[in-house]
Ligand binder design. Sequence first.
Ligand code: GLP
Length: 241
Amino acid sequence: MKICRTKDYKDLSRKAANIIRAQVIMKPDCILGLATGSSPVGTYEKLIEWYKKGDLDFSKVTSINLDEYKGLQPDNSQSYRYFMNTNFFDHINIEKSNTFVPDGLETDSEKACRDYDKIIENCNGVDLQLLGLGHNGHIGFNEPSDVFPSGTHCVDLTPSTINANKRFFDSEADVPRQAYTMGIRSIMLAKKIVVVVSGREKAEILKKVVCGPITPQVPASVLQLHGDVTIVADEAALSQL
Ligand code: GLP
């Protein structure tokens, strides 16, 4: 694992965006695995800025998102499809038809997951996977469990995740209890992985991810086994390392 230490969130966002920029320049038709949450927002802002300056072209890029809440309409302001559109896709020249997010409206979980795995398979491999880190070590919505889940699956969100994500909803009761998420195997198959981690409240879990045992109880610890992971983290997040 490579650790890229940054001064603060702004610096983190610029450095993470630079890695993605290099990927898009080197391979204009690359497959980007994308993430939601507050951590990558600054990264998307930098990419939009460079696109607007004419430095980046996303017209041939395909994107595959990690996860989606089950039961939310794509135009619900809390859905991850809405998040991606408003924070990134609406501001760049990516073809919307080449952007994929699990179908949160599919009530048949098995079908939703199977369909998404097919999409991932058809893309022939993610070139660069961007990840955030949940407070309990989750990546995507792969929550702590007894095994590392392989493909796309439907998860029951843990109380810790519901609590962490309630800040985006009117009340905790509005946070969906289930989500569809790409599995650990699909994440691990990406050629390159970039994890953005910011803030003191992530310091303890980041230490476990990097230095602790590899265990599905800390899902992101599996990244220790990947050959090309860069953790871009600010000083606050690295304060326990
Ligand atoms: C959600 C998302 C994750 C994200 C995590 C951390 O649960 N499913 O993909 O990494 O939140 O979010 P934040 O960056 O806001 O701390």
